[in-house]
Ligand binder design. Structure first.
Ligand SMILES: [Zn+2]
Length: 316
């Protein structure tokens, strides 16, 4: 009798968590097949993408197991694990999350409970709360996926400014260079392969999402990017949060782009312009080629105004 009650409870909990996963995504994305695409960056390093999946995932095959960087949207953990099985028979032992956002951490809950999860310490605190990102999360925000899953997938280890995991060909160096996209953006370096995963502090050649709810900063992001560029030596390939891979020269340019944006907004504020006036007139400087035009989509237009507001508010 007890066993039947327990089973019924499990079935109910299972149905609830499925409902939550469906609620977090638009209906089309929830029902569309989750197809994981693989791009081989090195013999033992892969970038996994998927339409509607969220942020770029890195899969690093070490001598003794596999490290996964970022785990995409709800429901994408298992498709990632299935794809990894095609790449290697080694077990996944470690997840590293670049930051707290749901499209980079939600798949964590589908990995084995024994997997170690490493993040920057501010991201550890943010993942307890899973606050919605400024300007993009619906109100009310979706339920905290980690609470729904009884804490499974939450960080088990954190670092402040730097941490090294493994050695030799297996080494991974984790860095924190300061606030930007959030206050916990980790840079994940594979030194033997000369690759870094930058996460969303460099999501692509576009205006960044500045998530003030998770303590991101439009005034500091340019300096943080420049600090990363200065300190990360011997890197050939930058994995971005959502775009193609880039180079360190692209990263240096992106730092300048963000500093220029901050200076433009601060100068306009000083000249007495309002947030609306600045957002209506700002254009991407001509020297930045291949950047997404804020006028190209309503989402980018909204992001421009949100970013102007954030720099405006941070500037006294
Ligand atoms: Zn993000």
């Amino acid at each position: 009798m007890k066993r039947i009650i327990l089973l019924a409870t499990l079935v109910t909990v299972g149905a609830l968590s499925l409902g939550v996963a469906a609620f977090q995504q638009p209906p089309a994305a929830a029902t569309a097949p989750k197809v994981v695409e693989v791009q081989k960056l090195r013999d033992n390093l892969f970038m996994l993408t998927g339409n509607g999946g969220g942020g770029n995932t890195a899969v690093f095959v070490r001598s003794d197991g596999i490290t996964v960087v970022d785990t995409k949207n709800p429901g994408w953990g298992q498709p990632i694990l299935d794809k990894i099985k095609e790449l290697s028979s080694k077990p996944v032992t470690t997840i590293i999350n670049t930051h707290t956002h749901g499209d980079h951490v939600s798949g964590n809950v589908e990995f084995p409970a024994t997997v170690e999860v490493i993040v920057q310490e501010n991201t550890k605190a943010n993942m307890q709360e899973m606050r919605g990102a400024t300007g993009v999360t619906p109100n009310p925000p979706p339920p905290n996926i980690f609470k729904v899953n009884n804490g499974r997938g939450l960080p088990t280890k954190s670092f402040k400014d730097k941490m090294t995991v493994g050695k030799g060909a297996d080494e991974i160096d984790l860095y924190y260079f300061g606030r930007g996209h959030t206050n916990g953006d980790a840079w994940v370096v594979f030194p033997a392969l000369r690759v870094v995963h930058a996460g969303d502090i460099f999501s692509g050649k576009n205006l960044p999402l500045l998530d003030a709810n998770n303590f991101g900063s439009g005034v500091l992001i340019g300096d943080t990017l420049a600090k990363a560029h200065k300190n990360l030596k011997n890197i050939e390939t930058v994995i971005t949060g959502h775009s193609t891979t880039m180079t360190m020269a692209d990263l240096a340019e992106y730092a300048e782009f963000n500093k220029d944006f901050m200076k433009d907004v601060q100068a306009a504020k000083k000249a007495g312009k309002s947030v609306d006036e600045i957002a209506a007139s700002w254009k991407i400087p001509a020297k930045y080629k291949g950047y997404t035009d804020p006028a190209s989509t309503p989402a980018q237009t909204a992001r421009l105004k949100a970013n102007v507001q954030i720099v405006f508010d941070e500037t006294k």
